[in-house]
Write a protein that binds this ligand. Structure first.
Ligand SMILES: NC(=O)c1ccc[n+]([C@@H]2O[C@H](COP(=O)([O-])OP(=O)(O)OC[C@H]3O[C@@H](n4cnc5c(N)ncnc54)[C@H](OP(=O)(O)O)[C@@H]3O)[C@@H](O)[C@H]2O)c1
Length: 340
């Protein structure tokens, strides 16, 4: 659907946000073949200049009248409402939309893609839209895929420890300002989250369902089944917001179909592109958010057998939610589409 060209015109909707800014860095680092960039945000940011690939690009206000003539790709990292309105419209106009929101992920005619895991799904783009998964699902499926191939995954139980950048730029500012206020014995202001996040944990991400699950927990289960193409896989999650600026961590318990010991699991994980096994308890080596910040890879450590179930394994996974969890995955999808 995309004509092969020496370079491409890319629009970024939400260019000034946490994911948008990271996207510009990644396009530059990976030398994506850009003919030009169109950067869109709200009225508040219109006129700002942002740099990418040695040039300055002016941010435009996104309005229903914005013209997208000549645009090849649109990366949408803004709000659900913007994804809903522009995803559909731009996809129908022949632009390849790579969408970061949860709006289209579970639609059967929209591929949900992590290139290392299911690049083949890109051949099924029908509405011009490709979705990228939630920032906790991506590292989860990166770790599960080699275990699935080696021994079949039967059930997954996970707890997440998600950084505030997963909520966006305003939440990062809130954690920093609350921390400063607390250190200065001032009252804290709570705007983004329902409670103080500094020096606290919130077992609540997204909205609550009638059954008491968080929407984030529901997303993780459905998206994991879709990407791994395992509709009957049992997945249950507890999602927790933690006072960390960047990187999501996940404590994952996996029940496998067949035996796989910890060494075999480490070898399978180490052979997975984009995964780094960082696991040596004798030297106190395990992945932490500070190690993974700014890195492209998904880090896996604390790999051990779970004696409480048959064929059980425990893992600890850390990955930068703004990179592999969002911007990097989107740019990798664009790279796959221009290289076909
Ligand atoms: N953060 C993550 O780790 C992550 C991971 C995966 C997916 N996502 C998804 O990516 C999207 C963006 O997340 P983010 O973390 O980058 O959020 P963010 O930091 O809050 O940035 C939001 C962006 O959307 C723009 N925007 C907001 N309202 C707008 C409007 N009415 N018209 C035009 N532009 C508007 C903002 O522009 P202004 O700066 O002008 O307000 C900003 O550029 C969301 O759909 C999120 O679910 C995020």
């Amino acid at each position: 659907m995309l004509k092969k060209k020496p370079s491409y015109v890319m629009a970024i909707l939400g260019a000034t946000g946490a994911v948008g800014k990271e996207t510009l860095e990644i396009l530059e680092e990976r030398k994506f073949p850009l003919a030009s960039l169109r950067l869109f945000a709200s009225k508040r940011s219109a006129g700002e200049l942002m740099t990418c690939q040695g040039k300055e690009w002016k941010v435009e206000e996104l309005t229903p009248e914005s013209s997208f003539a000549g645009v090849d790709f649109a990366l949408i990292s803004a709000t659900d409402a913007i994804s809903r309105e522009y995803g559909q419209r731009l996809g129908a106009a022949g632009i390849v939309v790579i969408d970061d929101s949860g709006v289209f992920r579970m639609e059967s005619d929209v591929p949900l893609v992590v290139p290392e895991v299911n690049v083949h799904a890109l051949s099924t783009i029908r509405r011009g839209i490709v979705s990228i998964p939630n920032c906790t699902t991506t590292p989860l499926v990166m770790a599960l895929k080699p275990l699935q191939d080696a021994a079949g995954v039967k059930r997954v139980v996970l707890t997440t420890f998600q950084s505030v950048s997963g909520t966006g730029a305003a939440a990062m500012d809130e954690l920093i300002s609350q921390t400063k206020d607390l250190m200065a014995f001032r009252d804290v202001k709570t705007e983004v989250y329902p409670y103080q996040i500094a020096f606290n944990l919130l077992p609540h991400i997204g909205s609550f369902t009638e059954g008491g699950d968080c929407s984030e927990e529901v997303k993780i289960a459905g998206e994991t089944r879709k990407i791994l193409e395992t509709p009957s896989l049992r997945v249950t999650a507890t999602t927790v917001r933690v006072p960390v600026l960047r990187c999501h961590s996940e404590a994952i318990n996996v029940e496998l179909e067949r035996p796989l010991n910890a060494n075999e699991a480490r070898a399978a994980l180490a052979a997975m592109p984009g995964v780094i096994v960082y696991d040596d308890p004798s030297r106190k080596l395990y992945p932490m958010p500070l190690d993974a910040t700014g890195k492209d890879e998904v880090y896996v450590g604390r790999v051990r057998e779970d004696e409480s179930i048959t064929n059980g394994l425990n893992l600890w996974v850390v990955s930068d939610n703004l990179r592999k969890g969002a911007a990097l995955n989107a740019v990798q999808i664009a790279e796959c589409l221009v290289n076909v």
